[in-house]
Each structure stands twice: as structure tokens, then as C-alpha cells.
Design a binder for this molecule. Sequence first.
Ligand code: SF4
Ligand code: SF4
Length: 323
Amino acid sequence: MGRTAVIAGDRLAQLQAWAAELGFEAVGVSRADRLDEEAPRLEAWLAEGRHGEMGYMEGHFEKRLDPRLLLPGTKTVLSLLYNYHTPDPVGRSDEDTNLKISSYALGEDYHFVVKRKLKELLKWMRADWGDIAGRVFVDSAPVMERVWASRGGLGWIGKNSLLLTKGAGSYFFLGEILIDIELPASVGAAMDHCGTCTRCIDACPTGAIIQPYSVDGSRCISYYTIELRGDLPEPVAGAFEDWMFGCDICQEVCPWNRHAQPHAEPAFLASPDLLAMTRADWVDLTSDTFEALFKKSPIRRTGFEGLKRNIAHIERERLKGGR
Ligand code: SF4
Ligand code: SF4
């Protein structure tokens, strides 16, 4: 083994130790090539309008396939997982009839929390390894984060289109750091362990998982409750199953999430005031309460009006169904 390889190996060990110190579960390393095999899939998905009104998905087609266009000189893509699993969020037990918020959105907005940590990690790399060029991303449209995480050996992309890990399920935020130095790439994509299971497809209330490994983003409850502006379309009426912001159903039914461990991030904890909200409180939600509850929350993306629209829709359908 040459001197360069030894140094690169040392750096990888350092990187893993730093990432763990910052609370990341795992780091995957991939060589920054163009994702040639993803191009036809991405093109077909967009051509079929699976992104709905998420216009930002259409832009930067080439940049999404080739990270070197996002940061010239990129040699390596680092993929990092940050756990957000909350084992027993409000509204999930059979007896509980409260309205539901996706578990990723109970605390502070992950974009800020995870990005802060990625920037810190890049700072540590620079302090120790010298002046490297780098750029961080969290849930950012120009990066095909699940593909990179899978390439980096962190898991496989399941039939629900989420990244799954055998040891810890799918309740992870994904982040990336592009850097202009080489590190030893991970062993390659993990094996698919979905097997004959179809639980996520069977459980999806809106039929958004149109076939294994393909989610029609424009039919997903997360899209309706977060991204869509204006009125909710009639065909989805009654299918929200009390989800007023996002949806965790295809994660909750996934057998690999039986192994998920609770997160350890204080910023992701729901506030006592949020936990105290009852269904009646949600129905009567005022803009003042919204502001007090969701100061730094990802729920600000849909805003007060959007959340009110979702709640009103769910309640209307509930009354129609005599629940
Ligand atoms: S998040 Fe909910 S609506 Fe979207 S694909 Fe999963 S189960 Fe279906
Ligand atoms: S529920 Fe089953 S098919 Fe769906 S992602 Fe999990 S293991 Fe794969």
C-alpha cells in the first residue's frame, strides 16, 4: 500500500470519528461520477409529472446527475445519516384520535440542525487537512441524496423509495458534503432487502407507490399537505387518515423500522405545548398559537393557512364519514 492510500485511510477513520462525535449515524463515501444510470429514470419521472407542482424538481437536470457541476473539482461525495426516529409520537396509538404530524417535523427544522453539523464537520476537515473546497447539502433538490447514500454503502432504496438500512430502518435525514479531495470509496451499493414484502405499497392510503420503487410524488400525502398550494383535489378526499402535515405510514409499516433506535437530538424533541395539543385545539388553531408552537419548525413551510386547510379537510371528511 502506498503512502497516499495510508493517509487517505487515516482520513476516513478521522472523518468517521468526527461524524460520530457530531451525532451522525454513518458516513458513506462515493467517487463523484455522473449518475449515468439514473438519467433515464429521472427523465421519465419528470416527464410523467410525478413531481406535481414541485417545479424546483425540474430544474438543474444535469446538476442533479453530476455533482461536479455543483462544485467544480469535486472528487468525493460524502453521505451522512442523522437519526430522527421518535418511537411514540402523538396520535399514533390505536386509541389515540389526535391529528398527526410526521415525526421528522416535531422539533426544530432539520435543514438548520443538520446543515449546522455538516458545516462544522467541513470546518474540522479543513482545520486538519488543509484548504479543501467543499459544499454541504441537506434535502436539496440538485442532489440525488438517496442514490448517493446507497452508493456509499449506507443502505438500499426500498420499494417506498426511501433509504433503508438493515440495522436501523429509514428514519434518517440525509446530508451530503462534496469535497475536492479523494477518499477511499465505500464498498458500493448495499443489497436490496425488501424481498417479497409489499407492506408499504398495500398501506399507502392514496396509492402513491404506483409500483415497487416508484412513488408518484404528486399523489403522496406529504405533497398534498406540505407542497400543494390552493385547494386539495377531490379524489384524495378522506384518504389522509388524520395526517395534517406529512405522512409516516410507509415507514411505520416497514419491518426494518422495528430495529430503529430513538434519536438523541434535543432539537428534534416536540415542545410540551405541542404535545399538549388535542384534536379540538387543532380544529380551533389560531395564528397566534401557530406562531408560538412552530417558531423554528419545518411546519412553517405549509404555514398557518396551509395547516388550517389540511385540518379543515380532514375534519370535513371525518364528519362525512360519520367518525
Ligand atoms: S408518505 Fe404516505 S402517502 Fe406518501 S407514499 Fe408513503 S404511505 Fe403513501
Ligand atoms: S415495507 Fe417492505 S417493501 Fe416497503 S420498503 Fe419496507 S421492506 Fe421494502
